[in-house]
Design a protein. Structure first.
Lengths: 298, 352
């Protein structure tokens, strides 16, 4: 059903996301949008920043507290251990308490969910985050701890190859799942914030249109018009409104000239009439996708 | 005609009166949506506990309203903003209403007291297989080094030998290693235990992760760990120190090898899931058993932490072989009881 919106979303928002359906216990199918690679990378980089800062802060605090009493080796071990703990607890804690979003994910608008839409269990969260350790951090640590030149060339290659292969995994499946998502049975979805804007349709309008005029367009054009009308007022917007107004006027054979000042009023009236027309048709089981396609009975 | 024109009184400009069903529909329900939106936003940012009793009572009713509004809107409305808003609202509300509400401590306690032992019991076959791989490794390592000590440096990595080599004499091993004095709190606990913990955790997690590659690498890695141990055993055996060496290692080795075997078993569970998916697809099956397997590995890392503490501390504090064996037997018994009994409900099913 909602996939009817897919084309218009892609056209107007310029973002394409794969979709997947989950069915609520009430029997309503909800569509989720799979997060894109770029979004996930951004979220990860933000999280990386946060936990690096936390680790740095903790280590500095610790170093100040005990700087007299310990030597370099002890300090290094403690640092590594604190980094290990913060890293793992950071992701697990936030995904547990805020139901699937770390601060980075929340900023970008992502969320971890169970791949069947069921409850996101602690086991799944631990599984997907521990695997992160194996996917990236451990081979990275091993790679960095190798001697710089000579002896470890093959080992270096192996570690880098492993990181490369595992990081490329999300590129090769439809749901963009990384190894941890496969093991935990989770997917990461995008939850863009959407506000409910004011109703555009006006039931009392200055212009009336005939059925023939309204049959010129379909749902796609209606929703493009909606987007145009929802643009914040500016010089640019009024120019676009004029253009659209002329185009529609020509197309539906509107005979009187529409003054510039009335462009918005005319388009709003046309939008309302068109929507009322298409919605009524839809109520009777006839859906018209766009101006080029014939009305479809369903 | 879809446009109903209604002429107002004489003289007024003609004004068509539209029947916008979706606008009417929206007017009736918008208040409930806004209310729900505010509730979810609060729950998302401050957590569900931040909701008051009254808000909690309203939440499920408002959620059902939103879900049914969505179904209706999909069939009657063409307002894209409205549709997208309702899709998003219903989805967000769904996650708040049906999402789990467990904190870090709570789920940690549940995992340690019930989840981990239950998962270990379920993976009994994989554990047996991993154990067998380690035993084979020990036997091979022992046989190789016992016959020809030049194998020792081939098998054991330098970072672990700590100066022990075929050149070591019995006296060196006895006084510098097995019965060495306790070096003090900071070096033994913080540096050495931590190094061992990270080394073992790396190997453990690696043997778990290699399960994805079909199990053979996991078995090989486990066997190799066994072989290193077998090599050390042979080195000490040739100097007549086998019993003392076993006592010295068993004190933490029981926990450590137990953990490594559990990690390996986790990897094997994954391998079996991938190789023999049964009635589900490989991915579904992986999602089903992968969590359990990862749980095994996570629990095993906790065990390694315990092993690191024992190794760094208690090992040199108990300076005689019978005492060490007694301690090792006690840890073995504790782990056995834990894995066999913990989390089992008397008369009821298991709580996973």
């Amino acid at each position: 059903m909602a996939s009817r919106l897919e084309r218009i979303n892609r056209f107007l928002d310029g973002v394409h996301r794969n979709r997947r359906e989950i069915v609520t216990p009430e029997g309503v199918a909800l569509e989720v949008e799979i997060a894109n690679h770029g979004e996930r990378l951004t979220a990860f980089v933000i999280d990386l920043f946060f936990w690096l800062m936390t680790t740095l802060f903790l280590v500095l605090a610790f170093a100040l507290a005990v700087r007299e009493h310990v030597n370099g080796a002890v300090a290094a071990t403690i640092m590594l251990f604190v980094a290990f703990l913060v890293r793992n607890l950071y992701f697990i804690h936030f995904e547990l308490t805020t139901q699937g979003s770390t601060p980075g994910k929340r900023i970008v608008g992502l969320k971890v969910i169970d791949c069947d839409g069921g409850a996101l269990t602690p086991a799944a969260i631990v599984a997907r985050n521990l695997t992160r350790e194996v996917e990236t951090f451990m081979p990275l640590g091993l790679y960095l701890s190798l001697p710089a030149a000579g002896a470890g060339a093959w080992a270096q290659l192996a570690y880098l190859g492993w990181i490369g292969l595992v990081s490329a995994l999300p590129l090769f499946n439809r749901d963009h799942r990384r190894a941890g998502d496969l093991i935990g049975g989770t997917i990461v979805i995008a939850t863009p914030k959407r506000r409910l804007l004011a109703e555009l349709g006006e039931e009392r309008a200055r212009y009336a249109f005939s059925r023939r005029q309204l049959e010129t367009y379909g749902a796609f054009e209606l929703q493009v018009l909606e987007e145009v009308l929802r643009r914040p007022p500016s010089g640019d917007t009024s120019r676009i409104l004029d253009e659209v107004c002329n185009k529609i006027g020509r197309k539906i054979g509107w005979e009187e000239a529409i003054p510039h000042a009335d462009s918005r009023a005319f388009l709003t009236a046309f939008y309302s009439a068109e929507r009322a027309h298409l919605e009524r048709e839809q109520l009777f089981g006839v859906f018209r996708e766009d101006k080029t396609s014939a009305p479809r009975r369903e | 005609m879809s446009v109903e024109t209604a002429r107002a009184q004489e003289g007024a400009p003609p004004r068509p009166l539209l029947a916008l069903h979706s606008a009417e529909f929206r007017r009736g329900r918008e208040a409930a949506w806004t209310d729900l939106d505010a509730l979810i936003t609060k729950a998302e940012t401050k957590g569900v506990p931040a909701l008051s009793a009254d808000e909690l009572r309203r939440l499920p009713r408002l959620y059902r309203t939103a879900v049914s509004s969505l179904s209706v809107a999909r069939s009657i409305a063409l307002d894209r903003n409205l549709l997208l808003y309702l899709e998003g609202l219903a989805l967000r509300a769904y996650f708040v209403v049906y999402g789990p509400r467990v904190g870090l401590t709570e789920s940690f306690v549940a995992f340690v007291t019930r989840g981990f032992p239950a998962e270990a019991r379920r993976a009994a076959a994989a554990i047996a297989l991993a154990f067998a791989a380690v035993l084979v490794g020990v036997a091979v390592g022992f046989a190789l080094v016992e016959g020809n000590e030049s194998w020792f440096s081939t098998l054991a990595p330098e970072s672990l030998t700590g100066g022990r080599s075929p050149a070591s004499t019995a006296a060196e091993l006895r006084d510098g290693e097995i019965f060495a004095p306790w070096p003090g709190f900071v070096p033994s606990f913080v540096v050495f235990a931590n190094f061992l913990f990270r080394h073992n955790a790396t190997i453990g997690i690696m043997s778990f992760a290699l399960g994805v590659a079909g199990g053979a690498p996991t078995l090989a890695l486990l066997a190799y760990q066994g072989a290193v141990f077998g090599a050390f055993m042979a080195l000490h055996y040739n100097r007549g120190l086998l019993i003392d060496f076993l006592g010295w290692t068993s004190i933490h080795g029981v926990t450590e090898f137990g953990a490594l075997i559990l990690c390996g078993a986790g990897g094997l569970v994954i391998a079996i899931t991938i190789l023999f998916p049964g009635q589900y697809s490989r991915l579904e099956n992986l999602a089903l058993r992968g969590r359990e397997a990862a749980g095994l590995a996570a629990g095993a890392v906790l065990m390694l932490f315990v092993a690191g503490l024992i190794e760094g501390g208690f090992r040199q504090l108990i300076a005689n072989t019978p005492g060490r064996f007694a301690f090792a037997a006690a840890t073995a018994a504790l782990w056995l009881v834990y894995f066999l009994r913990a989390g089992r409900r008397s008369g009821g099913g298991e709580q996973a």
